[in-house]
Design a protein around this ligand. Sequence first.
Ligand code: CMX
Length: 137
Amino acid sequence: MMKKIEHIGIAVSDLAASNKLYAALLGVSSYKTEKVETEMVDTSFFKVGESKVELLAATSPDSAIAKFIAKKGEGIHHLAFEVDDIRKAMAQLREDGFILLSDEPKKGADNKLICFVHPKSANGVLIELCQEMKDKG
Ligand code: CMX
């Protein structure tokens, strides 16, 4: 069902500063920045080989990222797994007793349909499922 780790999400306080930091760390510049209004985040993506890192900064104190940083500080926020069929994966996980954070997939950053699994369901790790959208809409 899960194909690979699609990206690792890292919560940051200052996206511009962290963009510079991660560019120096990884040796590549961010290939994309994107505001996701529905999630109240600004995001920035880096590609290292086949792996991706997503930096996330809150655009509102109500954002999940602002709450996370207030409670735990900056750091790894979620692990995202790529799936072929997100609705099928969600139905399977629901049947297996995992707590999903939405009934339907949502539109996320980087042209993906996404859904989160509550960290209480996964040993304290916030898990994201993501499926590439076929068209850009
Ligand atoms: N990883 C691990 N644990 C986390 C967590 C995270 N990212 N975020 C919160 N938690 C913990 C909290 O610390 C809390 O732990 P305790 O009960 O031990 O104190 C527990 O999960 C439950 O927290 P809560 O108070 O019930 O709920 P929150 O208001 O903190 O919300 C969560 C937690 C996961 C439900 C919420 O952050 C959420 O809905 N996340 C999904 C959406 C999201 O993260 N969007 C931003 C990214 C968007 C993108 O990638 O584009």
